[in-house]
Design a binder for this molecule. Sequence first.
Ligand SMILES: Nc1ncnc2c1ncn2[C@@H]1O[C@H](COP(=O)(O)OP(=O)(O)OP(=O)(O)O)[C@@H](O)[C@H]1O
Ligand SMILES: [Mg+2]
Length: 256
Amino acid sequence: MSAHSLKMNFLEINNLSKIYTVKTFFSEKRFLALDGVSFSLKERESLSIIGSSGSGKTTLGRIIAKILEYDGGEIKFYGKNINDYSRYDFSKIVQMIFQNPYASLNPKLKIKSSLSEALDKNFQADAAEIIGQTLVKVGLESRILNNYPHQFSGGQRQKIAIARALLKNPKLIIADEPFASLDVYSQNQITSIFKDMMKSGVSIILITHDISAARQFAQRMIVMDEGKIVKDDSAENVFKEKENKYIADLISAAEI
Ligand SMILES: Nc1ncnc2c1ncn2[C@@H]1O[C@H](COP(=O)(O)OP(=O)(O)OP(=O)(O)O)[C@@H](O)[C@H]1O
Ligand SMILES: [Mg+2]
């Protein structure tokens, strides 16, 4: 790898905007959900995105994961525009994990099928072994493979969704409120799975309401308010923020 490519940002977002158009019976309303969002991420770097409800976190995450289209600006991975990647190539770069793991798991498929479907065709011959290793990584036993998604607890389903994302071997995982429906025990388990993944070189963008979880999770924090990034700094500095009332309120609400 050349010195140049080592310095290149893995992900670069410039001046991103998103407009939702809401049609009512008589009119059409346009709502600016993302407004001039710019930030970049280095390979193996992770961060969390916090902000009040409606600030645009999920919108941003879904756009980066190429699930949702954007209206202005630019997103590049490895210097290449996300629109120039095929679905297949892109799926090896970014995977998204949702708050509700049902969104990532087909309820009609046994876990075994959901997981082997996620695995690249080139690896199907070794599917059983690779899936087995991945289940170990997320702390699940292989006897779950013959069950259906509804037969699991929320925490187990979230782990299965993580396993499914890992099978794609992505560079970046975007996790949107992955702890929301989980008890503290499962939250801690998933946090430690994420930390292991980060150690193995996967970048994670954690979108969360839980500012304490965000602080534990990564050094860097992005704070969003009304579709804009209002702070991009170390978690430590974000927690020290006094001048920006919005951020100070977010932090103090979390500390109660
Ligand atoms: N499909 C949609 N059509 C119209 N407006 C939308 C749509 N999805 C989101 N919005 C609006 O865009 C804004 C940002 O929504 P988004 O879901 O990104 O916020 P969020 O920060 O993830 O909030 P939360 O913390 O509640 O999950 C909100 O005002 C929301 O009402
Ligand atoms: Mg959201």
